[in-house]
Design a protein around this ligand. Sequence first.
Ligand code: GDP
Length: 430
Amino acid sequence: MANVVVVGAQWGDEGKGKIVDWLSERADIIARFQGGHNAGHTLVIDGEVFKLSLLPSGIVRGGKLSVIGNGVVLDPWHLVKEIDGLRSQGVTVSPETLMIAENTPLILPIHGELDRARESQNSVAKIGTTGRGIGPAYEDKVGRRSIRVADLADDATLETRVDRALVHHNALRAGLGLDPVDRDKLLADLRAIAPAVLEYAGPVWKVLNENRKAGKRILFEGAQGSLLDIDFGTYPFVTSSNVLAGQAATGTGIGPGSIDFVLGIVKAYTTRVGEGPFPAELTDEVGQRLGERGHEFGTVTGRKRRCGWFDAVLVRQTCATSGVNGIALTKLDVLDGFETLKICVGYELDGQRLDYLPIASDQQARCTPIYEEMPGWSESTEGARSWADLPAEAIKYVRRVEELIECPVALLSTSPERDDTILVTDPFAD
Ligand code: GDP
C-alpha cells in the first residue's frame, strides 16, 4: 500500500528508465508530474524497443493506468504521434489506460518557435534547451495565459484564451523579428486536435486520491534531475519546472502525506550535459574513460556528456531537498578496473571548506573539489545480482557512498539489463 516517487538525484541521465520500468511492473498507476516530451526513455520489453518521451513508462505494460498530471506541459500533436507509434507496435492506449489532467497547460507550436528564436539569437543567454517549447509553455502557465486541456472543450473559452495568449506573444515576436501568429490557423489546429486530447481528459487528482484510498500502488515518475530543478538547481542552467519530489504532490493533486517512499536515482559517478557549473568535472583521460565506459553520449543529439567522480556533496544535498528515503545506485559496473577511485567530499571556496553547493553562480564556478581516495577493484561487477557477486572493494565503495550522502542504498544496478539489480529495500513494501 505504498506510493513511490522516483527522482533523478544528479543532473539527469542517472538511469531512471531501467529503474522506473522495474518498479512500474509492481505499480497499479504510473504518473508523470513535471516536464514535457523531453524525458526520453527507451524501454526494451521481450526484445521489443519502445521509445517514450511524454507518456509514463507504464503505458507499454497492460493492466495499468498511466497518468499525465497537471505539472506536465503537454504538446497535443506530440501526444497523438506518440500514441500512434505505440499503437503501431501493438500497445493498447485507451481512456482506460491513460488519463490526462484537465488542468494541464498545452505546448503550442508558437512555444517551440520562441524557444528556437531565442536560442539562435541570444548567445549570451543560451541555456541549451531542447527547442520543444517546454520553457515558454511554463512561462505562459505562470503568466496566466495558458491554454489548458479543459479549454479545448468549449469553443468560446478557447477563442478567449488564444486571444489572451496572442497579445503577449505577438509583442514578443515583434521584438524577435518573427511574424505575428496566424490566429485563425492556430484556432483551427487546436479545434482539429481537441477530440484526440479530450478523450483522455479527467480529474486526475480525484482518481489518484480514490485509488490511494483503495490501496492501489502509485508510482510517480520524475524526469530530468534534482540539480536541474528551477529553484534548487544550478540556475539559470536548469529546466523550467520543479523536479524535486515535492512536485509529485502539486503536479498531480495528491497530498504530500500520501507519498510513502522517495527513491533517488544516483549514478556511481557524475555527469552533466551542456553548460553550467560542475565542480567535480574531469577534463583529463579519467573523465574520458568514464564517458567511454558509461556510454555517456546524448541519446538524441549524440553530444558528449561531461563526466567526473562521484560528488557526495551534491547528492547529500539533493537527497535532503527531495527527502529521499533510499537511493538506486546505478552504473556501478562503469567503475570496474580503476585502480583508485575518488569521491568528492567537500569544496574549497576562497580558503574555506564547504559541505554544500552555494547558490550564487560565481561561487559555484569557483568551488574546487576536495577528494577522498579509495582503492578500486579489478574484477567485473557487471551483471551482479547479489552482494556476494561483488568484490569487497566495491561493497566498501557503496557503503562509503551511503555514509557520505546520509542515505541508504535501496537498489543497486550493475548493467542495463532489468534483472541485473540487487534489491536491498523494496520501495513498495508495506
Ligand atoms: P535517464 O535519463 O535517467 O532515464 O537515464 P537512461 O534511462 O537514459 O539511462 C542511461 C543509460 O544507462 C541507458 O542506456 C541505460 O541502459 C544505461 N544503464 C542504466 N543502468 C545501468 C547500469 O547499471 N550499468 C550500465 N552499464 N548501464 C546502465
